[in-house]
Design a protein around this ligand. Structure first.
Ligand code: NPQ
Ligand code: MG
Length: 369
């Protein structure tokens, strides 16, 4: 297989409701899609980076540039293109996991479609449906938060995740636990706290949470290990886990009891499977995190989330959670479950008219430097 041409598309999709976290307020999702046209057919990749650095060092414009100037030339230079060879060819360039994951995702899609194999079958899926959790942003008031969560519980979500930050933590979580005593409940701080705030975080132990996700900085593994010894609530790491090696380091330091896996954060779906494998080998449960992806990213995440070690509800949502209209056929949820796509490759692709509606820029090229 050889890459013949690629399109880098920028899209802007309005969010149904503003999404506020400790990283900021998002009113829309800026999206970067990569379409590769190969000698054996086409494939799609989605970059999960945000428009600006915050969640991690990457950001959309930078990822687009790294893909165009460095990653695609390295991959296009390969005599015979396979997903594993593409990942190896990109490994020579340090960093930029979300940019690399975009290229790997598109190559994997094209390669699997040509072999009539689904992402799920290729990654080692053992389930046909995935339990969906909902990630709830920081609200303007506790009453608004309660109303929003009540709506999600009514929609059948299997788990509630509340974004927290200093000043919006114990009280909102207490209110939700009081209103929904039996709900599966967890929180995500996106690294907004310091070890000096351990006392506040320890107050969350009163609410029987499934986990406390990324309370401290991505690089602060030892501090997370110290915090873990002060809390009853299990610590889950997200931003800190950037590869299988980093997962082993975090686990061996006692920095986490649960791992949130995101293919974009670790450089691709093949590395994400390795993170799953090493966590399972250490008895660490994993679950699939989300980055407000379109149906393309959600489809790939559904395949990943159906591997055996993914025993906790995912941050995978039906299209309607975030978007009025998705660029792919809508992904729907029944009773808090979403079916794992079984078609070749991602099992779905963008609808041309919808792509047209949201695309703000397309860069196409067939020469790769
Ligand atoms: C997380 N938050 O697990 C992610 C990070 C995140 C999905 O609950 C715009 C687009 C804003 C993606 C803020 C979730 C975002 C974003 C946070 C992803 O930490
Ligand atoms: Mg997170």
């Amino acid at each position: 297989m050889k890459i013949e041409r690629v399109d880098l598309l920028r899209l802007v999709m309005p969010l149904r409701t503003p999404f506020r976290t400790s990283l900021g307020l998002e009113l829309r999702r800026d999206i970067l899609l990569l379409r590769v046209v190969t000698s054996e057919g086409e494939g799609w990749g989605e970059c999960v980076a945000l428009p600006e650095p915050g969640y991690s060092e990457e950001y959309l414009d930078g990822a687009a540039e790294v893909i165009r100037r460095f990653l695609l030339p390295a991959v296009a230079a390969l005599g015979e293109l396979t997903p594993a060879k593409a990942v190896a060819a990109m490994a020579g360039i340090p960093g930029h996991p979300m940019a690399k994951a975009t290229v790997e995702m598109a190559v994997l899609d094209a390669w699997l479609r040509a072999r009539h194999t689904s992402y799920a079958a290729h990654l080692g899926s053992v389930r046909d449906v995935v339990e969906c959790g909902v990630s709830v942003g920081i609200a303007d008031s506790i009453d608004e938060l309660v109303a929003e969560v009540r709506d999600y519980v009514a929609q059948g979500y299997r788990r509630i995740k509340l974004k927290i930050e200093p000043g919006w933590d114990v009280e909102p979580v207490r209110a939700i636990r009081e209103q929904f005593p039996d709900a599966e409940l967890q929180v995500d701080a996106n690294a907004a706290y310091t070890l000096g705030q351990a006392r506040v975080l320890a107050e969350l132990d009163a609410f029987d949470l499934l986990m406390l996700e990324q309370p401290l900085g991505a690089a602060d593994l030892r501090d997370h290990a110290t915090l873990a010894r002060k809390l009853r609530t299990p610590i889950c790491l997200d931003e800190s886990i950037t590869s299988a090696r980093s997962a082993v380091e975090a686990i061996s330091l006692g920095a986490c009891a649960i791992v949130n896996i995101k293919a974009g954060r670790v450089g691709g779906y093949l590395e994400a499977r390795r993170v799953h494998d090493v966590c399972s080998a250490h008895g660490i449960p994993v679950w699939c995190g989300g980055m407000l992806e379109t149906g393309l990213g959600q489809a790939a995440n559904l395949a990943l989330a159906s591997l055996p070690g993914f025993t906790l509800a995912a941050d995978i949502a039906p299209s309607e959670r975030y978007f009025e209209t998705d660029v792919t056929p809508s992904i729907t949820m029944q009773d808090g479950l979403i079916a794992v796509p079984r078609g070749p490759g991602l099992g779905l692709e963008p609808v041309p008219e919808l792509l047209e509606e949201f695309t703000t820029e397309v860069v196409s090229f067939s020469e790769f430097g």
